[in-house]
Design a protein around this ligand. Structure first.
Ligand code: PMP
Length: 350
């Protein structure tokens, strides 16, 4: 080892789902939305003037925080935006999780949480989901340095009611509780309504799933103004201009078109519910998804084999080679046409 090598930070990075170079695949592996963003987003893209690119964007990203605040009935100082919710969540770990006590999150959850905790050297513990892949709320009734979980959880797809979130908050008045609502628009009730009552709650959402803008990278956090101020202080100590100009303009347009947003979500929910019964007919058991993906296991054929064989045919789904979930596939809900191709490919395992 060279002397300087001992000072290099050693991290085991998060591995995102594959983005195939060849466009000719049925891509059901990264929970993207199969429909385009709202028409106003494309219009804004075409109208975007290159001339403004020589100027820095608004460091406060006010146009976007204002429109989001209005949409959710909050004040503008209750919203923080970042480069995808990954950026917002990473910033939140850095800002709020500075205790000697462990941060708590489930053993089976978004696998980026342990990566950020390792990166920032935050201690953490991962209470196990129960045998039905449910979060056990009593596991979070103990001293901790913060709590984070997705609702619906990923990759399980299962949602918890607002009463569950409230219970966790009632038992944790001394640490920041972050609810990662990346998938909430597909079937859950947002904890935004609890912000009035709990000043230690941070709700994080994204434009990547329900607003079809994964490629644009926009995420946001909503919370008490003092939490948002703390996030901004960390952000301005790190990078003043996280949000680029095109993202700001197009993000605003996406929020404005609520009718399109709702219609797209309804289409995905309809396809998801069809998929639950079609996959059951094909020998799969799916958890009761409230998300834009299904978590499915086959009665006979190992998940890894199905994953590999589907991939050879140009159908990409997600497989996690980790304890307890290594016989499951996470399948993003695509268009009805894409799902039909999936069912046809799966028919051989029936
Ligand atoms: N949270 C969860 C639970 C997710 O599954 C994802 C998507 N990988 C994210 C956050 C991050 O999404 P994005 O950075 O695209 O907003």
């Amino acid at each position: 080892m060279k002397p300087w090598e001992k000072n290099i930070r050693q991290v085991e990075p998060y591995v995102p789902g594959e983005q195939p170079k060849n466009g000719n695949v049925v891509k059901l592996n990264t929970n993207e939305n199969p429909y385009p963003p709202a028409p106003g987003v494309e219009k804004a893209r075409l109208a975007f003037s290159d001339d403004s690119l020589r100027l820095y964007p608004d460091p406060a990203a006010s146009s976007l925080t204002d429109v989001l605040a209005e949409y959710y009935g909050l004040d503008s100082d209750q919203v923080f935006v970042g480069v995808g919710s990954d950026d917002v969540l990473a910033m939140a770990f850095l800002t709020f999780f500075n205790s000697e006590l462990p941060v708590l999150f489930p053993d089976i959850t978004y696998s980026f949480y342990s990566v950020w905790a390792d990166l920032y050297r935050i201690p953490y513990e991962r209470p196990a989901l129960d045998e039905n892949f449910r979060i056990v709320k009593e596991d979070y009734y103990r001293p901790n340095g913060g709590i984070i979980f997705p609702n619906p959880n990923a990759p399980t797809s299962l949602v918890e009611p607002l009463s569950f979130i409230r219970d966790i908050l009632d038992h944790n008045q001394e640490s920041v509780v972050i609810v990662d609502e990346a998938y909430i628009d597909f079937g859950g009730e947002s904890a935004v309504s609890l912000l009035k009552e709990y000043e230690n709650l941070l709700v994080v959402q994204t434009f990547s799933k329900s607003r079809s803008m994964a490629g644009m990278r926009i995420g946001y956090a909503m919370g008490n103004s003092s939490l948002i101020r703390a996030l901004n202080d960390v952000k301005y100590s790190y990078n003043s201009y996280t949000m680029n100009r095109p993202s700001l303009v197009m993000g605003v347009e996406a929020v404005k078109d609520d009718a399109y947003f709702r219609e797209t979500i309804q289409k995905i929910i309809k396809t998801r519910e069809e998929a639950k019964s079609r996959l059951a007919d094909l020998g799969f058991t799916c958890l009761d998804s409230a998300s834009n993906f299904l978590f499915a296991t086959h009665k006979r054929v190992p998940a890894k084999q199905i994953f590999t064989e589907l991939k050879e045919e140009g159908i990409f789904v997600r497989y996690f080679n980790s304890a307890r979930i290594d016989n499951y596939l996470r399948i993003t809900v695509g268009t009805p046409e894409e799902m039909e191709k999936l069912y046809q490919a799966l028919a051989r395992y029936q």
